[in-house]
Structure formats: C-alpha cells, structure tokens
Design a protein around this ligand. Sequence first.
Ligand code: UDP
Ligand code: MG
Length: 319
Amino acid sequence: MSKPLVTIVIPVLNERGGLEELVSRLERSLEPARVDWTILFVDDGSTDGTFAYLGKFHEADKRISAIALSRNFGKEQAIAAGLAYAPGDAVIIMDADLQHPPELVPAFIQRWREGYEVVFGQRLDRDTDGWLRRLYSVLFYQLFARLSKVPLPDGATDFLLLGRKPVDAFRRLAEKNRFSRGLFSWVGFRSICVPFHYGHRSQGRSKWSFPKLLGLALDSFFAFSKAPLRLCLYAGLLSLSLGSILGGEALARHVLHHRAPSEAGMLFLMSSLLLGIQLLFMGILGEYVGRIFDEVRARPLFIVDRSVGLRPESGLAAQ
Ligand code: UDP
Ligand code: MG
C-alpha cells in the first residue's frame, strides 16, 4: 500500500535566519511518521532574500517547494495561497519561527489516521507573550465563543492539520475577510485538539503589531457574527423607550402641575447621549457595509509572482 502524502504549508515573511533549523527539525520528525511529504513555503513578500534561499532548499531536496506572492498580503492570505496549491491527502499549516514545534507533527498525523479531519494545535500557556497580549487573547476567545456560534476551542492556534476534505471545502470559500482559524472550525468535520507548549521565536521579531492584531480580531468578529447588528436594534429600542418615558413624564408634569419641561442642560445631555449611540451603531453598520464592499469587488485573495518546485498539476507552472 502506498503511503499517504502530507504537505506542510509554511507562510514566511523575512524568516531567512531560522529556516535551516526549521527544515532540519521537520525532516527529522517526519522520518518516522510513515508518510510521503512535501513542504510548501509561501513567501509573503519578504525583503531579506528569503525566496532565493528557499530555492537552495529545493535544489537540495526536491520535496521542498515555494511560491512567492507579489507583495506582502498578510499571513491569512499566505495560508490561503498555500492551501490553494498544496498537494496531498492532508495539509499541515505551521509558522516558520519554531514557535510551532515541528516535533508535534507526528502526533497530528497520528490523530488524522484515527479519523480526525481537523487537528488543532492547542496552546497550553501564554508565557512567551506580554500581559497585554495575553489579556487580549483571553478576551478574544471568550467573546468569539459567545458571539459567533462557531465552536473554536480555547487556545486553538493556526498550527494545525487539515484532511483533504476540509482543505477542499476551505478552497471553495469565497469570502475576503478571513479569520482562518474560525473558518477551519466553520467547515466542520471531526476535529480534535493536540495541546503543546508555545516556544520562543527562533530569530527576529513578531510581525504582529497591536493594530494588526486588533484588525484581525475585528475581522473575525464581523465576519462571523451579526450580534453587533442585533445589539444595534436593542440599543435603538432601549433609547426609544427611554425617550418616550421621559417625554411622557414631561408632558404629564406639564398637564397636571403646569410645570415647565426639563431644563436645557437635561436636553443637551439627552441629545448628546442619543447622538453618541447613533454614531456608534452607524460605525458598526459601516463595518458590515465595508465587508459587503469587499465581497462585491471580488478581488483575488493573493497574487502569485514566482514559484519553485511546484508540481505541474498544481496549476502553477514552475518559472
Ligand atoms: N507571516 C506572514 N505574513 C505576515 C506576517 C507573518 O507570512 O504578514 C508569517 C511569519 O513569517 C511567521 C508566521 O506568519 O511564519 C507567524 O508570524 P509571527 O511569528 O510574526 O506571529 P506571532 O507568532 O507573533 O503570532
Ligand atoms: Mg511567531
């Protein structure tokens, strides 16, 4: 019986210094896993010569291939590109900076052999993150679970294995605002978590700044949940009832006690309050409208510039 083919997809942005160790550790851990394997790097617009370096890896081992996007599109898009061209019966996605330990790969493959189509690496600790980022993640997972109705295991990372079926399902998704982890959960299939300890970066610095992270969190909420819109409705109803009660009371006072309605200060307070609520929810509506705009434009998620070592059947001829 022939062995299954597993492809490891790795998005990279200026990671040249850490690649050597990554590849050798991956090769070592894949050896006993009884699978055929390929590694597909997606160079997401690196400026440190990463792509040329990847070409050398391909020279040394034809199982290693790479595609380069035409500029930096972002990690989510790089992952989509990798999945679009990854051959094999299963695909594993991992970071290039060794924070996702290659030694966990056999455990993923084992779970997949047991029949799980989606195997999430689940982060056990957050020691390597600063307190602000930790707080932010806790809040994020709690809120996402409450708002989105898509079960996303606490601490699920984008170090994961996908069987062929979820990969094909993922490739059919046309939406542009992406939060891959949510989507991997959304496509369904039997899934399980494999816990692991997050390592330190092998070199360089995290490419995630706080605004980028906040952007990703907003994308994931608005792409997965319409709860903010409902909130808008409720808040509107509430402020309307409040206004009617206050108005009714003022009217009653005027009729019964011949007292003048509330002072200008009160009016000012009320109107600024209501204006605030309106503006807030117009902003939320804008979020959705913006997303509709994204979908309608139907731009491709990524653009491939070059590739090395890809199989001809991938649809991308080697250049
Ligand atoms: N990455 C990418 N494009 C980007 C940002 C990051 O391909 O725009 C890659 C990066 O090279 C790494 C992975 O995504 O392999 C995770 O990035 P990073 O380590 O900066 O994120 P963190 O671990 O801090 O979440
Ligand atoms: Mg990292």
